[in-house]
Design a protein around this ligand. Structure first.
Ligand SMILES: C[S@@+](CC[C@H](N)C(=O)[O-])C[C@H]1O[C@@H](n2cnc3c(N)ncnc32)[C@H](O)[C@@H]1O
Length: 205
């Protein structure tokens, strides 16, 4: 794959998943994120447009093929990045539940790729941020995990909303959230109020 093919692959994928750059930018700017870990990234390299050092992890062979052309990925990011620092992109073509030889990070991104926060939280610095959705119940598990505190949600204009957080993760009729069921089914519940992305801060391991 040359630079054009890498770009075309990314663009086609970005069309499919929508523009995530603005969400990543909100998080990067608000929390001064310099190093992020993105397990189960596939080819969503938008974090590198706004965060200087991103570590991508994915075991899918199509993703491994994409990142084999890391120089071309780098060139694409260099053309579009919005920071002054040099850009660093690392890729591990492996299962993210297996050990990763990396330094602690400021941010973990969990998007439609299983229970990423639970599997990788030990790589997050204390005070670091977990940005996640609830497609596989990762946000629910973080909400009921003492290692994390829900500090925000992403609003409809990709802004960070930090009020009314008690209203999230509530089931109709006040039913209790069954964590064992979330882990078993790897699926979040339908809550009375929900958003696409939740923002947690790590308190401890
Ligand atoms: C549905 S895609 C989502 C990709 C991207 N995060 C997004 O939101 O567009 C899920 C990706 O996670 C990867 N994945 C799922 N479980 C994984 C694991 N345990 N280790 C490494 N990659 C994993 C898959 O290979 C796939 O590329």
């Amino acid at each position: 794959m040359n630079r054009e093919q890498v770009s075309a692959t990314y663009e086609a994928y970005a069309q499919k998943i929508g523009d995530r750059k603005r969400v990543y930018k909100t998080i990067a700017r608000t929390f001064d994120v310099k190093r992020a870990l993105y397990p189960g990234s596939h080819v969503d390299i938008a974090p590198s447009f706004v965060i200087p050092h991103v570590i991508y992890v994915d075991s899918f062979k199509g993703t491994i093929r994409f990142f084999k052309h890391i120089e071309a990925v780098h060139r694409l990011v260099d053309e579009r990045n919005e920071y002054d620092e040099p850009c660093t992109i690392e890729f591990f073509g492996q299962d993210y539940t297996q050990p990763l030889d990396i330094e602690p990070v400021d941010l973990i991104i969990s998007q439609y790729a299983g229970l990423v926060g639970q599997a990788t939280k030990h790589y997050l610095k204390p005070g670091g941020i977990l940005l996640c959705n609830d497609s596989h119940g990762d946000a629910t598990l973080a909400r009921f995990d003492e290692a994390f505190e829900l500090i925000g949600v992403i609003g409809s204009a990709n802004e960070l909303v930090q009020t009314g957080l008690d209203e999230y993760f509530r089931l109709p009729k006040g039913k209790d959230v069954d964590i064992a069921e979330v882990k078993k089914k790897m699926k979040g519940f339908r809550y009375t109020k929900q958003v696409e992305n939740y923002v947690f801060q790590k308190r401890r391991d």
